[in-house]
Design a binder for this molecule. Sequence first.
Ligand SMILES: [Fe+2]
Ligand SMILES: [Fe+2]
Length: 178
Amino acid sequence: MLSEKMNEALNVQANRELYSSYLYLSMSYYFESVNMLGFASWMRVQAGEELVHAMKMLDYVVSAGGRARVLAVEGPRVFWASPKEAFGQVWDHERAVTGLIHSLVGVAEAEKDEATRSFLQWYVDEQVEEEESSDSVLKLVLAAGDDDAALLAADRELGHRSFKFPRGFEMFPYASAQ
Ligand SMILES: [Fe+2]
Ligand SMILES: [Fe+2]
């Protein structure tokens, strides 16, 4: 059973994951508007993953006997000056999210909630990967600089990213429960 405090902290983090999804979806449409479809595709996969992060967290809240609440999501930016600026923000954002996940772990520990602490390890590990991938993508874009051909090659390369659900996560659990 979740404490009221733990329940609220998980709902708030799910909201931050939804915000991440909005931010990356917004970046995806920005890239589409400047005809960089590989970057747009990468961002769309990223937006999908963040939506799943939010759902996975709220699914856990329900399974732990808590109350899942989908809170209002702040509107993200809608324009960036360059791929460099957008991917720079991804890198900053992922580092900030890592801090939020670590604080959430702190709440679980303070509440002596071992089950939630264990559940959150998936997010701790996920953030290591998220930081690593956003760092390598930013380096790729920075290396391209103002060289159009290099930027085009980076755009094409990032377009190959595909979407994967986390192991054990069910996108449509009610349908399969029928
Ligand atoms: Fe996330
Ligand atoms: Fe993320």
